[in-house]
Write a protein that binds this ligand. Structure first.
Ligand SMILES: NC(=O)c1ccc[n+]([C@@H]2O[C@H](COP(=O)([O-])OP(=O)(O)OC[C@H]3O[C@@H](n4cnc5c(N)ncnc54)[C@H](O)[C@@H]3O)[C@@H](O)[C@H]2O)c1
Ligand SMILES: [Zn+2]
Length: 372
């Protein structure tokens, strides 16, 4: 039996999450059975994804449909308003379901609209990006952006089901694929050992969206889903354990901000953040597995993810300054008292959260690890 199945088959997410997450070839075809309990069903889809995959989803074209601009452009206050107007025109009610088709941008927007419309209607996701399948569609966080910053307006609104079909992932661009891979590595670091082993075993094949077969890819996605569910279950609204899922993100957000949003794919910035976080654990004497920094480095290399700024595509043409990184970190600070707080990995499946690091130690990490 495959290691992830030994760990926990996907069905077991039902014990961890209040909704089913189906992974595997043809998972997307299950939507017809799963929407039966709802009086009406409406669809919101990324226009690019709809053009690529809409026709391959029997019956979906019959639903009232609202298309939104591809990617992050969907996550605006104006798009939220248009989607709510569409739901009103479609005569949606509290016993209706809004189905989302697309990446994390569409599930974030659709989830927020569903949580607001008539004070809450049901939502379900068909994530079409790797990041969406392993992360954004799971856990019930919703959001749109404001000029003042990303994800500033949002709610917690759990989906009724999630259908993660590997067929969607085959058409992802190299950049979107790599972005998802960074989150998969994060997930493997937070998971029980078999997820890491599976990722390690298939690292070479995972360099491209078409490299790994449906079955192995679906098992990997399932392992990530279960991992996210395991960290959410004790803390759905992120007061303690759920914070572990921010692993790599305090550093990663600072890198995204310093480089200019959109210059580095989010998950690639997270991959860099993982390396910085594990080095921070090593330098502060917190590691339970002294081999962990080497293991993270080797895996990132095998997946062709960058280890430092010079390895990034943007890094080839644009330098990143320590000042810009400091500003980026300040911008993202999430700690209660104003100081940045970090999630530090100490072994596979074990992390510390809410760890403050002195500013001079963070500066040294930027210099020695990212900008070296
Ligand atoms: N709610 C959460 O818990 C959570 C977690 C992580 C990320 N997010 C959010 O998710 C968003 C990022 O989502 P994302 O990375 O999934 O991408 P996305 O939804 O922004 O889409 C990125 C691009 O990929 C394209 N695309 C999507 N599916 C495709 C497919 N199958 N084939 C070809 N192209 C496809 C889209 O058209 C778009 O151009 C961010 O706004 C982030 O804040 C939310
Ligand atoms: Zn992320």
């Amino acid at each position: 039996m495959h290691p992830i199945q030994e760990l926990v088959p996907w069905q077991s997410t039902e014990n961890l999450l209040a909704y089913p997450v189906l992974t595997g070839a043809e998972a997307r075809l299950a939507w017809r059975d799963l929407v039966r309990p709802f009086a009406r069903v409406a669809l919101v889809a990324d226009e690019h994804v709809w053009a690529l995959h809409g026709a391959s989803m029997p019956g979906l074209e019959e639903l009232p449909r609202h298309l939104v601009p591809a990617g992050e452009k969907a996550k605006t206050w104006a798009q939220l308003g248009s989607l709510l107007d569409f739901l009103a025109h479609a005569q949606a009610s509290r016993d209706s379901l809004l189905l989302t088709l697309g990446g994390g941008s569409v599930s974030d927007l659709g989830g927020l609209a569903a949580s607001l419309f008539k004070r809450g209607m049901a939502v379900a996701h068909i994530p079409t990006t790797l990041l969406g399948q392993v992360d954004a569609a799971i856990g019930g966080k919703t959001a749109v952006n404001l000029d003042a910053g990303k994800n500033l307006v949002g709610t917690f609104h759990a989906p009724r089901f999630v259908l993660a079909d590997p067929a969607f992932l085959r058409t992802l661009s190299h950049e979107e694929w790599r972005s998802g891979l960074g989150e998969v590595v994060k997930s493997a670091l937070l998971a029980k050992a078999p997820v890491w082993q599976t990722l390690d075993q298939h690292a070479q094949a995972l360099r491209t969206p078409a490299g790994l077969g449906d079955e192995a890819l679906s098992r990997l996605v399932a392992g990530c889903v279960v991992t996210k569910a395991q960290w959410i279950q004790p803390d759905p609204t992120e007061n303690h354990a759920r914070k572990a899922l921010n692993l790599g993100h305090t550093f990663g957000h600072a890198i995204e901000h310093a480089a200019g949003y959109g210059r580095v794919p989010h998950g690639v910035a997270v991959a860099l953040g993982l390396r910085l976080a594990v080095e921070a654990s090593a330098r502060s004497g917190r590691l339970a597995d002294p081999q962990l920094p080497g293991r993270v480095e080797t895996l990132l290399q095998r997946l062709a993810l960058p280890l430092c700024w010079a390895d990034c595509e943007a890094g080839a043409s644009e330098p990143l300054t320590l000042d810009a990184l400091r500003t980026g970190m300040h911008h993202d600070k999430k700690g209660a008292a104003g100081a940045a707080r970090f999630v530090l990995p100490i072994d596979i499946g074990r992390v510390l959260w809410d760890v403050p690091l002195p500013a001079d130690e963070v500066d040294a990490l930027w210099r020695d690890v990212l900008l070296a």
